[in-house]
Write a protein that binds this ligand. Sequence first.
Ligand code: ATP
Ligand code: MG
Length: 220
Amino acid sequence: MSKLGIFGGTFNPIHLGHLRAAEEVREKFNLDKIIFVPSANPPIKDKELADAKHRYKMVRLATFKNRSFAISDIEYKKKNKSYSVNTLKELHRVYPDTTFYFILGIDAFIDMPNWWHPDKLVKLTDFIVISRPSFKFADLASSPYLDADRNALKRLDSGKIESHKTRLRSGRDIIMLRLTPLEISATLIRKRVRQGKSIKYLLPEEVESYIISNKLYKEQ
Ligand code: ATP
Ligand code: MG
């Protein structure tokens, strides 16, 4: 039975925060691969969001050298917004006999009630929720999907424990994991590009060059 991590995002652009997180999760849980799933273009154009084609290519540039990393075009090739529930169902069909771990940052897990049918998603997969600077595991206490052990969340936040595994109300597993904190966000990178500032060492060189040669994230 193989074990795959599914790491979705807009990746606008992909950066070292994402890549290091994927590497640490893969190593910690001995996953066979991490599959990056860049999102499709939303139906209403967001001017800060680079075209799905560019975001997909940047994820490919950032991941092709790592044999444990793969990229999926499941969402990218859709003309419209794609939903995690459908992505998971499709992945189950493509990879039978596989345990999936849906990887997401604390911020994304907190946002899940606003997604399309999160009630279905929590039944479809196990979760790995990763730390991210400026967000606390303690904030998961208000999540409708789990009965949190507040003490364990506190111990995670303070670094007394590195990981904590528990059950979601759906019966699926959720594992919370502390990572090397990297305070990098795509928002910060886009802002620096707009301001004409350096983005070196925040993301892979190939992605930096791609952004420059395709003039992404410049003020229109
Ligand atoms: P934006 O600022 O545009 O929202 P982002 O940096 O948050 O971009 P996303 O594509 O939104 O990147 O995030 C994809 C996933 O990666 C989310 O689950 C998010 O929580 C996680 N993530 C992003 N950056 C980090 C980081 N520095 N450390 C840990 N997790 C991260
Ligand atoms: Mg984000």
